[in-house]
Design a protein around this ligand. Structure first.
Ligand code: BES
Ligand code: MN
Ligand code: ZN
Length: 495
């Protein structure tokens, strides 16, 4: 079983949308003052309905607005007017509008959708539209029996562009990033009994095989030799083999690599400090950082970026059992630090401690980790912004910029030294929780102890990697974040 997810075929055509024999044509627009001249022939085919709709103000082009019209006497059978809104960044607006267009076309059982942006888009704006289209067409159906009434979700997308030769590259780039998101979201949607540490490792092997990357998979024995007492403390409660996965992409000659690190807790029960039963099922998403890293590696390899990137995943499950760690236990991480585990539910930082220490062996130019690390980040920043913190102000700015470009905004939280007091331990060097106050920051300060000797940024994606409510352009479930942030960061560093 691979984990690429269903990907639509994407065709590129230039010319007049009125001539397209498509079941649905989506026209993506922002605040049209009047009907754009490029739609004159289509308007004529609809007997002027398009122009009248806009003149009457029935479609204003605001974000998330969708109006469904019948097609005309020739050309597309149905027309969806999709609002892009007036967000300052057109790429971000088109990514969302593209996802909404494809999602609505899928709901119509149209099977295929043609899409045109008015006025035309090229470059990164067109790329973002296509990424959005692939995301909106993506559904997780692997565990559903075929419906009695056969459905026809969108499996084919035709992008109407200004110049097919000029725009082909941007469309294919958008498709590559879309493939990364699909891979990440499939891993996220998979329940914990299927998306195990071994499955994450197999997914990394699959990516490596398809794109000729190098892959290394460590298990309990290898981690014992490396004295990863912190990671292994979490893994000692489960019979499943823990996995530390390294995926190496070489596109940048002998340059120092960027290292992406992901928290891969395939299910987080809390361990002996067990979580309440209510809503615990959402903790299958606790491997979203790992999904983000693997999805980004898929996209980076497809884009053939001229840069060296190592993806590291720390995968296990956090279980209560007779062999599990207990509150008060002290373990030693691979960098020598003694850790008092006062709450076994603060397990992500224990896994990342040894993976961040391991990252040093690559002599990295920079390390960025992503983790569903704290409930506190959801209280502080909600479900739109991920938390950003690090030991290097310039790298923090880079990640904030990358997130903005990807439509995955982050917000910096300070690794304020006063709060180090909260994670000092009476018996060991540090303890793994610092209480409720500044919970996201004390988690970041804990990681900082292990992210030593290189520029490092931590993304706390607990509020953004998945959604418990429908997001209009995307359904409930995994959002694929931060695949886009990782890709934008790496790409800006590429030669
Ligand atoms: N995986 C959770 C964090 C989380 C919470 C992710 C909500 C997504 C949604 C993490 O392992 C955890 O349990 N953190 C604890 C830390 C506490 C014990 C210091 C938390 O946030 O409550
Ligand atoms: Mn936990
Ligand atoms: Zn967790």
């Amino acid at each position: 079983m691979t984990s690429r997810g269903t990907l639509p075929t994407i065709n590129v055509v230039a010319g007049d949308a009125s001539a397209l024999d498509a079941p649905v044509l989506a026209i993506v627009m922002a605040k049209p003052a009047a009907l754009d001249a490029s739609l004159a022939a289509l308007d004529e085919a609809t007997g002027g309905a398009l122009a009248r709709t806009i003149a009457r103000g029935d479609f204003t082009g605001r974000r998330d607005e969708v109006l469904h019209l019948a097609g005309g006497t020739r050309g597309p059978a149905r027309i969806l007017l999709v609002g892009a809104g007036d967000a300052p960044d057109r790429a971000v607006a088109l990514k969302r509008a593209g996802a909404l267009a494809a999602r609505r076309a899928s709901a119509l059982d149209a099977g295929a959708v043609a899409v045109v942006v008015v006025p035309g888009a090229e470059g990164t704006a067109l790329e973002a539209l296509v990424t959005g289209l692939t995301m909106g067409a993506w559904e997780y159906r692997d565990l559903k029996s075929p419906p009695k009434e056969p459905r026809s979700p969108v499996t084919s997308i035709t992008v109407v562009v200004g110049d097919a030769a000029r725009d082909e590259g941007a469309v294919r780039a958008g498709e590559s990033v879309g493939a990364g998101y699909a891979l990440a979201r499939r891993l996220q949607m998979m329940p914990g009994n299927l998306c195990t540490p071994d499955f994450l490792a197999d997914t990394a092997r699959d990516i490596a095989a398809r794109h000729a990357l190098e892959v290394t998979v460590l298990g309990r024995r290898e981690m014992e030799s490396l004295r990863m007492g912190s990671f292994l403390a979490v893994a000692q409660g489960t019979p499943q083999e823990p996995r530390l996965v390294a995926l190496e992409y070489r596109g940048g000659g002998d340059a120092r690599p960027l290292v992406l690190v992901g928290k891969g807790i395939c299910f987080d029960t809390g361990g002996i400090s067990i979580k309440p039963a209510e809503r615990m099922e959402w903790m299958k998403y606790d491997m979203s950082g790992a999904a983000g890293v693997l999805g980004a590696m898929e996209a980076i390899a497809r884009l053939r970026l001229k840069v060296n990137v190592v993806g590291l995943v720390g995968a296990t499950t956090n279980m209560p059992s007779g062999t599990a760690i207990n509150p008060g236990d002290v373990v030693q991480a691979s960098n020598g630090t003694f850790i008092e585990i006062v709450n076994t539910d603060a397990e992500g930082r224990l896994v990342l401690a040894d993976v961040l220490a391991y990252a040093k062996k690559y002599d990295p130019a920079a390390v960025v980790d992503a983790a569903t690390l704290t409930g506190a980040v959801v209280i502080g920043l909600g479900n739109s912004l991920h938390g950003v913190m690090g030991n290097d102000p310039a790298l923090v700015q880079e990640l904030l910029g990358a997130g903005t470009r990807a439509g995955e905004p982050g917000w910096e939280l300070p690794l304020w030294p006063d709060y180090e007091e909260q994670i000092k331990s009476d018996t060991a060097d540090i303890k793994n929780t610092g209480g409720r106050a500044a919970g996201t920051i004390t988690a970041g300060l804990f990681l900082k102890v292990f992210a030593e000797g290189y520029p490092w940024v931590h993304l706390d994606v607990a509020g953004t990697a998945y959604s418990e409510s429908d997001l209009v352009a995307l359904p409930r479930g995994g959002t694929g974040r931060p695949v886009g942030t990782f890709v934008e960061f790496v790409r800006a560093r590429a030669r």
